[in-house]
Design a protein around this ligand. Structure first.
Ligand code: THU
Length: 139
């Protein structure tokens, strides 16, 4: 991972700050995510739950949505913060959602304890389905 200390600090700060806005009255599990674009910009998101539980949106997908809505579609690092003792890896839906844009993105999961997870999305979602598969659609 070629992430500078200052980039890591900025990503973590953005994720921690944004987790404070999480709307999670049903799980009480707040999540903040921040993505770094290939041009060095940072976009963050929190999880937004809903009384109709299935409509809940995870922090990672909100962060990507913020970036794409600002015209950014290439990412180098995704950092996920949870206020837990152990780090939390992204759910399956978010792995798929992030892979659409950056299948090789570096993923860092941090928490309030000393442990972290540092892994490539390729290892979290090997042999993924993506835009390339649609090239094989019959004409
Ligand atoms: N959550 C995320 O925001 N990201 C994940 O990758 C896993 C789960 C949220 C969804 C829900 O609001 C809460 O955590 C508990 O599942």
């Amino acid at each position: 991972m070629s992430l500078s200390d200052s980039q890591f600090a900025a990503l973590k700060q953005a994720a921690v700050d944004t987790s404070g806005y999480a709307w999670c009255p049903y799980s009480n599990f707040s999540v903040g995510a921040a993505v770094l674009t290939n041009e060095g910009q940072i976009f963050a998101g929190c999880n937004v739950e809903n009384a109709s539980h299935g409509l809940t949106i995870c922090a990672e997908r909100n962060a990507i949505g913020q970036a794409v809505s600002a015209g950014c579609r290439e990412f180098t690092t995704l950092l996920i913060y949870t206020a837990t003792k152990q780090p939390t890896a992204p759910c399956g839906a978010c792995r798929q959602f992030v892979t659409e844009f950056s299948p090789d993105i570096d993923v860092i999961c941090v928490c309030d304890g000393p442990d972290d997870i540092r892994v490539s999305m390729r290892d979290l979602l090997p042999r993924s389905f993506g835009p390339h598969n649609l090239d094989n659609a019959p004409t």
